[in-house]
Design a protein around this ligand. Structure first.
Ligand code: FES
Length: 431
């Protein structure tokens, strides 16, 4: 009998059964294991020591677990920060005519800005109201009618649904209830466009930011866009988006840009008297740095758009206060591109070094870390009171209960038949 049991435990079939059982049990337990890990990280953020005096004292804050590479922290940042903070996206000069648009991905929230026929620049979630397919698929473009390529719904520049093939006779369907979800915008006197994704009432635009921008002699309403591009980098956005750390790069860049901008004789004289050229920096919390190269009449905006906890898209744009010739634009673009590629490579190295030191903040700017941490802690407390996660950017659909029920059924069927719910697999849907 003993030998029969021993034989059973060593046969290939029994080993296979044991293995399958272990995998099954592990899979059942995994959600609970990972959930407890997420909870632990959120708790560590909530419990990190931070009081009012920390916000003004420049000592190094304690870095919570997963700060630089944790999925849970990134998800919390999406809810606590990017869902409800005013974020600089673009400048009015980047929208030349009605229909000019620019698309962005802000921490996994696809949005786009578009100039309307009334000249107003509006922002929308870049998500079709039918089956959530992406509306603007290029980074920049121009069209006064935006057609979704999945089933042909079309929207105008105010986000209004103007065409919904085969839906006109559907009971309970109301075009006016299916406009694109609009995003709050704030345009400054300098023509800078900020957005706030909060689907409810957003925070009042920061008056401190308004006064900072009014004294920052860099970007004006009459500035024109010269060059720009988006690069991707393998690092956490917080490594890039902090004040005062790009000095080495921007100082070299400033010198080159000043040469290329062909300064006037008066400006040359001012420079030689001052012995140095003038440069000013402005940090637009949470993701943008602006540099004014005053003697060259140029301004550079660099934004670090989070794509995930370890990937960031760097968007940079150069603006001029006066007309720049085509050959100069070409040269400036090349200089900028090579500088920004080097910058991305250097930040990637810095990120690896921080990860190797297991999250130490090293010489990172403590004030920036503290500011983000404070927002995350506030939101964590709010979620505790609410008894669950709160995503302020989330919109609730409108429409009759009957239509919503039918629509939900269609979405489920769409899922089963392999349709895209988030627009991330466009290749199978193109026509
Ligand atoms: S028309 Fe946009 S997803 Fe169907």
């Amino acid at each position: 009998m003993e030998s029969t049991q021993a034989d059973f435990l060593t046969t290939p079939t029994s080993l296979l059964v044991a293995l399958v059982t272990i995998i099954f049990l592990f899979n059942r337990a995994w959600p609970y294991l990972s959930q407890s890990k997420a909870q632990k990280v959120i708790e560590s953020i909530a419990n990190t020591s931070l009081n009012d005096s920390d916000l003004t004292v420049s000592k190094e804050p304690e870095i919570p677990e997963g700060w630089w590479s944790g999925r849970e922290v990134f998800e919390l940042e999406r809810r606590a920060l990017f869902s409800q903070t005013w974020v600089y996206l673009s400048h009015s000069s980047q929208f030349e005519k009605p229909g000019s648009y620019q698309s962005f991905d802000l921490a996994g929230f696809p949005v786009f800005l578009i100039r309307g026929k009334d000249d107003k620049i509006r922002a929308f979630h870049n998500v079709c109201r039918h089956r959530a397919y992406t509306i603007t698929r290029r980074e920049t473009g121009a069209s006064t009618i935006l057609g979704c390529r999945y089933h042909g719904w079309s929207y105008d520049t105010t986000g209004r649904l103007v065409k919904a093939p085969q839906f006109d006779d559907v009971p309970g369907f109301d075009k006016s209830k299916n406009s694109l979800f609009e995003v709050h915008t704030h345009a400054t006197d300098q023509g800078m466009i900020f957005v706030n994704l909060n689907s409810g009432q957003p925070a009042v635009f920061d008056s401190e930011m308004t006064s900072t921008l009014s004294t920052f002699a860099g970007l004006e309403a009459k500035s024109t866009w010269v060059a720009g591009q988006t690069l991707s980098g393998d690092f956490n956005w917080k490594i890039g988006a902090r004040s005062g750390h790009l000095d080495a790069y921007t100082s070299g860049l400033h010198g080159r840009m000043s040469e290329l901008s062909r300064p006037s004789p008066i400006m040359k004289l001012v420079r030689s008297i001052m012995g140095k050229s003038t440069r000013e920096e402005c940090f637009l919390f949470p993701i943008t740095l602006m540099y004014s190269f005053q003697d060259a009449g140029l301004c550079l905006a660099i934004s670090f758009f989070p794509a995930s906890e370890s990937k960031t898209n760097i968007r940079y744009d150069l603006f001029a206060l006066s007309v720049v010739s085509e050959p100069d634009i070409q040269e400036m673009s090349e200089v900028l591109q090579s500088t920004m590629k080097n910058l991305a490579a250097e930040i990637e190295l810095e990120y690896q070094s921080i990860l190797a030191k297991q999250g130490s903040s090293g010489d990172l700017n403590a004030t920036d870390i503290r500011r983000i941490l404070s927002r995350l802690q506030e939101h964590t407390k709010f979620e505790r009171i609410e008894g669950g996660q709160v995503l302020p950017a989330m919109h609730k659909p409108e429409g009759s209960a009957l239509f919503q029920k039918a629509d939900q059924l269609c979405k489920e069927l769409d899922c089963v038949s392999g349709g895209s719910q988030n627009g991330t697999s466009p290749s199978t849907l193109d026509w």
